[in-house]
Design a protein around this ligand. Structure first.
Ligand code: DX5
Ligand code: ZN
Length: 219
């Protein structure tokens, strides 16, 4: 079953608590929280204090997407703030195994994100330790960008590989997911769909979320 992960990057920050409740009531399983450091990506967003401030407003799983250099420096703080899951980018550290262990030691599940141009090869000796792989379908840094279709074969190959291994590792896709692309990525094998602008920038975010889920569920 497809899980929906609305990204608060496109939410109305002046009433963030309400926006979080809105998507939870519409059935979202996961809240996607984009952390950017102005170094790995050319944009800045939130820190652990924001995660802590919305934790009491929601029972959704908090999926923290770290787009930061030195991800190891931030794990404890996001765990303390109430994160359930942390994904970091393969491109940001040579110590991939160590960072995964650090995330798990804090009682969270762990994921690795790959930029559109990064091949799957780097996952080869680490896949069994992962709860999730996040395949970026835009270049990370901003909401509301256009879906990059070259990532579709990468989703298919990873899905096939995980099925062969009977792995419980989930595939999340992030960037440019909307009514049209949701169905394409779901058919390719994605399990969790991140959607920012296609949910929060719509007149009715609840209906938008439900429609994207429905589009993804049609086989
Ligand atoms: C982009 C972020 C995404 C972003 C997606 O770097 O990782 O999570 O919020 O936004 P949309 O769905 O608008 O492309
Ligand atoms: Zn993200």
């Amino acid at each position: 079953m497809i899980q929906m992960a609305p990204s608060i990057l496109s939410a109305d920050f002046s009433r963030l608590g309400e926006q979080v409740k809105l998507v939870e009531e519409a059935g979202a399983e996961v809240l996607h929280i984009d952390i950017m450091d102005g170094h790995f990506v050319p944009n800045l967003t939130f820190g652990p204090a924001l995660v802590k401030s919305i934790r009491d407003h929601s029972r959704m799983r908090f999926d923290v997407h770290l787009m930061v250099e030195k991800p190891e420096n931030f794990i404890k703080d996001f765990a303390a703030a109430g994160a359930d899951h942390i994904t970091f980018h393969l491109e940001t550290t040579p110590h991939v195994h160590r960072v995964i262990q650090q995330i798990k030691e804090q009682g969270m599940t762990a994921g690795i994100a790959l930029n559109p141009a990064t091949p799957l090869d780097g996952l080869k000796y680490i896949l069994e330790d992962l709860d999730m792989v996040l395949l970026m379908t835009v270049n990370p840094g901003y909401g509301g960008q256009k879906f990059i279709p070259h990532v579709i074969p990468k989703i298919q190959v990873l899905h096939h590989h995980l099925e062969q291994k009977q792995s419980s590792c989930l595939i999340e896709v992030d960037g440019g997911i909307n009514l049209e692309t949701a169905s394409v990525v779901a058919k390719a094998g994605a399990h969790i769909l991140v959607a920012g602008a296609a949910v929060f920038a719509q007149p009715d975010p609840q209906q938008a979320l439900k429609s994207i889920r429905q589009a993804a569920s049609v086989k």
